[in-house]
Design a protein. Structure first.
Lengths: 86, 150
């Protein structure tokens, strides 16, 4: 089973201290929020970045999703703050 | 008959005059545009724009497709820069061409409102004192984009 690639942007990337990481694929029913709970324990930076869920947004395979979405068979998860382009 | 749709995500500056001329060459008779620049808020040196490369163009193309489905457009050009831009530099261009001025104006406003809330870019302020800070998203921007759902 392929690993899950996780990308970080903006201050989420800065707090975690890396652009991306690869994790063992969670069970398909695992939600983005549940995976973030698990990752929050992997380093102080992860804990800080994921502390306030209201400030986080996510995308699965380059499509925006709410944090309570199941990861399913997605290959890429991205975690970032609300966008500020334009 | 497809409209001439062009989406570019680039670090390079662009020439709004040339972009407008290309839209004016279409047979519509109505062209509207918006150019966004780095605003000097007193103390700002530059903006750095981070983005999600594999998602950005796709996401902008989806917004452009929505505009093209909603209004009778002959052409749409969206250019969004990433990287570092100094105060006064151009960040974003939206241009629309149509046979109807209302379609051109409304589609242009729709596009920039939706780009702001759904294109994966993040702005970081680089201030003259050397400090940096990520720009917070504005609720007012969400509200403006939501209005187009009515």
């Amino acid at each position: 089973m392929a690993a899950l690639r996780i990308l970080y942007f903006s201050w989420v990337r800065e707090r975690i201290g890396m652009d991306e990481e690869s994790v063992e694929r969670p069970a398909p029913g695992t939600t983005v929020a549940a995976l973030l709970d698990r990752l929050a324990d992997t380093s102080p930076g992860h804990g800080e970045a994921f502390a306030d869920r209201a400030r986080l947004r996510a995308a699965l395979d380059q499509t925006f999703v709410p944090l309570d979405t199941a990861i399913g068979d997605a290959l890429e998860l991205a975690v970032f703050p609300p966008v500020t382009g334009g | 008959m497809g409209a001439a749709l062009s989406v570019r995500v680039t670090t390079a500056d662009f020439d709004p005059g040339a972009e407008l001329a290309a839209l004016e060459a279409l047979p519509g008779g109505a062209v509207a545009s918006f150019t966004g620049l780095v605003r000097d808020d007193g103390g700002l040196e530059a903006l750095h724009l981070d983005h999600y490369p594999s998602m950005t163009e796709r996401q902008i193309e989806a917004i452009v497709a929505q505009a093209a489905a909603r209004w009778p457009l002959l052409g749409v050009t969206v250019i969004h820069r990433h990287g570092t831009m100094k105060v006064g530099e151009r960040i974003v261009f939206v241009g629309t061409a149509s046979s109807h001025r209302v379609a051109a104006l409304e589609a242009c406003a729709f596009l920039i409102d939706w780009l702001k809330v759904s294109a994966p870019f993040w702005k970081q302020e680089i201030r003259r004192d050397g400090s940096r800070g990520w720009v917070e998203a504005l609720r007012a921007d969400d509200a403006r984009a939501e209005k187009w759902k009515k």
